[in-house]
Design a protein around this ligand. Structure first.
Ligand code: SAH
Length: 368
């Protein structure tokens, strides 16, 4: 038994969290517990393919093995579901509470093309302070661990009927993913492994506020591991003055640096970058913004995603009219920019980042 295994066996059961361990570490741990290697594949099949999160229900394991696993790890999952909301458009949102009492949310989005999309969080709170976003209003608390990120996938996958599974992932929940990249990539590795959730790498989108060093680190990982995740950059404004007003983080990099890093991402990975543009009435939806955006994007192989603002309680920003949204998108298209308008889903359940977490914090008496 190596020293890692020994350390593991000496930990108290409550500290041992199954999803935190890489498959190779689990393999060593199972050996240390006297269990044969093939058990790990069996266990992983139960978790990822058969959506079974209780060792006790893994019926092709002997009673003794199930007992050992339960004694060692408790359950596969480490958090507790503290709220579950379902909206009319079949969007479902979970609020998960971790052992330290911190909470994050994750969302399951369904559409009529049979896409089953998981929207996941990477941090508790957010340090970016985007003025229209609920996630960062109470500041940053901590990074999520690999296991906590993976658990969101598993919980959302389990909301689907047995014959369905997740098809897409958007890392667009609470937090800035590129500031917790190692844990995110580790969880995505499992989500996209054939013996894991078997999600297609091409259907995973990581959305960032635009941190050039993080974009480069992600590109390096994509090149090294051949996992070409899609990158989305939250642009939201076509000039630095306005962008810094909307996204304070912009003062550290500026738009030029972000675009350069995005160009390099495309060049190195072959994946086109999407630019997100949350349209806010009277702020970034004016004719001059269209001209400036065209100037920024016209020679780039990029797509712009227009997201009409999802209003956040207590924030004084308005959603532009449907007419303005259509006009803004149409003008960009006329200038040869590829545009998509992203539909808002789950408005009634506060599906914009961080809204549910805040509601539950400011109104602890809420019942589910
Ligand atoms: N930190 C990452 C992920 C944030 S959430 C990032 O900044 O990209 C994903 C997208 O939703 C981002 O573009 C974010 O700016 C946007 N967003 C956040 N709150 C929103 C709201 N209330 N309405 C519309 N878009 C919002």
């Amino acid at each position: 038994m190596n020293s890692d295994n020994r350390k593991f066996l000496e930990q108290s059961c409550l500290e041992r969290k199954f999803l935190e361990y890489l498959p190779a570490d689990l393999s060593a741990i199972l050996t240390g517990l006297g269990l044969p290697q093939f058990r790990l594949n069996q266990i992983r099949r139960w978790i990822f393919a058969r959506k079974t999160m209780s060792f006790d229900k893994m019926t092709d394991l002997s009673k003794e093995t199930r007992k050992i696993l339960t004694e060692q790890f408790g359950s596969v999952l480490q958090g507790r579901e503290s709220a579950h909301h379902q909206s009319d458009d079949s969007t479902e949102k979970l609020l998960i509470e971790w052992s330290d009492g911190e909470r994050v949310e994750c969302v399951l989005l369904r559409d009529n093309r049979n896409h089953r999309t998981a929207c996941i969080s990477t941090q508790v709170g957010c340090a970016m302070g985007c003025v229209f976003c609920a996630s960062g209003r109470d500041g940053f608390v901590r990074n999520l661990s690999r296991g906590e990120i993976l658990e969101q996938f598993l919980r959302l996958n389990s909301l689907l009927p047995d014959h369905e599974r997740l098809t897409h992932v958007v890392v667009m929940g609470i937090g800035e993913p590129l500031l917790n990249l190692d844990a995110l990539l580790s969880a995505l590795n499992e989500a996209t492994a054939s013996e894991g959730l078997d999600l297609s790498v091409r259907r995973v989108t990581i959305s960032t506020v635009g941190i050039p060093s993080g974009i480069r680190k992600l590109a390096e990982s994509v090149v090294r591991n051949g996992k070409g995740y899609k990158l989305a950059v939250s642009l939201h404004a076509p000039n630095d003055e306005l962008r810094t007003q909307i996204i304070p983080q912009n003062r550290f990099s500026g738009i030029d640096e972000i675009l350069k890093a995005s160009d390099d991402y495309f060049e190195q990975t072959g994946r086109r970058v999407t630019f997100e543009y949350t349209l806010i009435a009277g702020l970034n939806d004016q004719p001059e913004h269209i001209q400036q955006l065209v100037r920024l994007l016209k020679n780039r192989t990029a797509i712009i995603n227009i997201i009409p603002l999802n209003p956040v309680l207590g924030l004084n920003f308005q959603t532009p009219s449907a007419k303005t949204v259509a006009w803004f998108a149409g003008q960009l298209e006329l200038k040869g920019i590829q545009v998509k308008v992203r539909f808002r889903k789950g408005d009634k359940i506060g599906a914009a980042c961080g809204q549910l977490r805040r509601v539950h914090r400011t109104n602890p008496t809420i019942t589910d």
